[in-house]
Write a protein of this length. Sequence first.
Length: 397
Amino acid sequence: MSRYRLSPTPAQEAALAEHCAHARFVWNLAVEQNAHWKPGRKSAPGFAEQCRQLTEARAAFDWLRAGSIVVQQQALKDFAQAMANFFGKTHRRPTWRKRGQGEGFRIVAVKPDHVRRLSRHVGEVKIPKVGWVRFRWSRAVPDGVKSYRITRDSAGRRHVAFAVVPEPVPAPGTGEIGGVDRGVTVSAAVSTGELLNAPGLRDTETKRLLRLQRKLARAKRGSNRRAKAKAAIVRLKARETDRRKDWVEKTSTDLARRFDVIAVEDLKVRNMTRSARGTIDAPGVNVRQKAGLNRGILANGWGRLVARLEHKAPGRIVKVNPAYTSQTCNACGHRAAESRESQSRFRCVACGHRANADVNAACNIRDTAPGRGVAARGGSGLPGPVNREPQLELLIA
């Protein structure tokens, strides 16, 4: 997806909001139809049957007929794909869409003259029943665009994302393997010794966020003051998210260009960031500490970094078992929990090797990749780093 910032006029913004409302309405009807299904009942209607029902609904309701048939049919198409992903066990079951959360719609059958450039930094895209809407031409629009999606984020910003299949980042061809260790204090440690951190809010912005949160807590529900404070908090959060996404894009591109193979830990981020609150009958323990850890993991973009690496370097990402990578000495292979003196210090109790703890773990992850040794595991420890260069030569050959 190539995404660009939209700049609609107030009238166009109202029309776009109506498109989003129609898409949300059709989607929620499809969710409701599937929610009624139970074993022994007739199966829920498929995409073709739902399109026929949509035609009947448009004939019966003027407000629905006034909308774009493309927007409404594509909402059904998206739902059909979401159900296929659910049955394929790659995604969760589709749920209800709410106003102001994840709003958007898709347009297909886009022709070349539906996107045009007006000036150096301004372009236009033609949207059904809305007209020509301007967007910031931050980079060239890919050729052969057949569809695009209009979205609205939590801060109220509109974007247009053109659907294209990007070319993968070419491998350098040097045969070099890189290991990446993800953490909370250090977002990503590379086996070359680099310590990378995802940017967040500045100190002044963090203080302002705390002030706004206190103001929001004191404001009366439904008041204008509460609405203004909430909007300001959302803008700050959106700024933090934008910075994190920008860091992920730049970091993943840099790693894909530097290494032929990139080894990362096989972490189940979704499971790791689940709430520990539990239930009323079985309440969780250390809930506040677990919530803080969850926020730290999500703020460092663990899942998004690996996902973008897989997009940009397909077939060159190796996921390894993370067990004991932070307790194993990369110099001699001895494993001991006591060697990890602190978050940043590693001193092997066997050979005295000293290193940054995250870099040491990244080197172990790198050496776990095919052709670079064996995985960190239980027992007497890993084999030492002897004969690693010949192994690399065999891998290159």
